[in-house]
Design a protein around this ligand. Structure first.
Ligand SMILES: Cc1ncc(COP(=O)(O)O)c(C=O)c1O
Length: 390
């Protein structure tokens, strides 16, 4: 007898569904909406970096790159960490190039976490953390950053540690809240990690996207942290090449090697001609980084002012390219329902925070808007959102 094949997937994927970013970007396309949902810029990064990639494509750099990454990119990453943070790294043993930060996160968790281990994670969390922790059989233990200021409660963090805690998975500057962990918060995390002998995996993809006088400082620069921190970043956000998916993990050879052991069986390697171009990007002078920050800060201010005028409670971010609002002043309660209805009502797409929390109530009225868009696009979104008032 020929049976009917029933669709099935592994239990570890139960509940993961489709990422909210894909869902909302598809909705934006279907409805012709202004997409302030997914965090990608709508202009390309520096011309000279594109030219460097073209040059690499034309000069035969089209076969597998080494699994660890091409030497000039590993060197450039090490030099970048030295230049901006005074961190000394051996590019041959303490740096691995990955397919975006996404693969670095997956490889780190696969390489460092055993089934049943607890991983403390800040919520709202970036959604790949949840998926990857589930895929390695780990147990996520959320610590909530709460509106309006989204600060880390160090007591809550300490209470989350148990004898089964394997690692803390951090993200600063933090998506989606836009908070940048302060010196006191980072010092508190470092002390806790040392006291309980924990590893920390830090996702710092927004390291150069900080505003006003706030600057990102990597956790690994705090006392006792160099040997126990795996630092992850990527070129996507810093250079506006999110589609290139060139990321990296740096840290002590033991942690980097563990991530590499997993990574070699995920992609092994990717983006061979893009890697030398990103090496060039990392060496751009300070003007690039300063101008980029200033440009985004102006866009932050533009969108925050617009959202405020529409009537939302606005929580201006210290970093990243997202701003969070509370929708209740406009009479809405559920961010998720609001975001599903928004394209039909106004022709704008945003992302509900709720999907990034275990504590759904904490995220229910919050909505995230991306401002890494051209000013005319931000203005158009604000004009359309004006319909919410009528
Ligand atoms: C916090 C965070 N980590 C990682 C990523 C993914 O980075 P990549 O595109 O380099 O894989 C993103 C992208 O939005 C992010 O917001």
């Amino acid at each position: 007898m020929i049976g009917i094949f029933a669709p099935r997937s592994a239990e570890r994927l139960t509940g993961l569904g489709t990422t909210i970013f894909a869902e909302m970007s598809a909705l934006a396309l279907r409805t012709g909406s202004v997409n302030l949902g997914q965090g990608f810029p709508d202009v390309d990064g520096p011309r000279q970096v594109i030219e460097a990639a073209v040059q690499a494509l034309r000069s035969g750099r089209n076969q597998y790159a080494p699994g660890w990454g091409v030497p000039e990119l590993r060197r450039a990453i090490a030099q970048h960490q030295q230049r901006f943070y005074g961190i000394a790294l051996d590019p041959d043993t303490e740096v691995v190039v990955t397919t975006g930060a996404t693969e670095a996160i997956a490889a780190a968790l696969l390489g460092l976490v055993n089934p049943g281990d607890e991983i403390i994670v800040l919520e709202p969390y970036y959604d790949s953390y949840v998926a990857c922790i589930a895929m390695v059989g780990g147990v996520r233990v959320p610590v909530t950053l709460r509106a309006p200021d989204f600060r880390l409660d160090l007591d809550e963090l300490a209470q989350a540690v148990t004898s089964r805690t394997r690692a803390i998975l951090l993200n600063t500057p933090h998506n989606p809240t836009g908070s940048v962990l302060s010196d006191d918060e980072l010092r508190g995390i470092a002390e806790l990690a040392c006291e309980h002998d924990l590893m920390v995996i830090t996702d710092e993809v927004y390291e150069h996207l900080t505003f006003d006088a706030i600057r990102h400082r990597p956790l690994c620069t705090y006392d006792g942290m160099l040997d126990r921190t795996l630092t992850i970043s990527s070129a996507g956000k810093t250079f506006s090449f999110t589609g290139w998916k060139i990321g990296w993990a740096t840290g002590p050879a033991s942690l980097v090697t563990a991530a590499m052991r997993a990574k070699q069986f995920l992609t092994y390697t990717s983006g061979a001609p893009l890697q030398p171009a990103i090496a060039e990007a990392l060496g751009l002078d300070d003007t690039y980084f300063d101008d980029f920050r200033a440009d985004l800060q102006a866009k932050r201010d533009r969108l925050c002012a617009g959202l405020d005028a529409v009537g939302f409670d606005v929580y201006p971010p210290q970093g990243t390219y997202f701003v969070t609002t509370d929708i209740r002043p406009l009479g809405f309660q559920s961010g998720y329902e609001f975001c599903l209805e928004l394209p039909g009502r106004c022709g704008v797409v945003a992302i509900p925070h709720e999907v990034f929390y275990d504590d759904k109530e904490a995220g229910r009225p919050l909505v995230r808007w991306a401002f890494c868009k051209q000013e005319s696009v931000l203005d158009e979104a604000i004009e359309r959102l004006g319909r919410l008032r009528s």
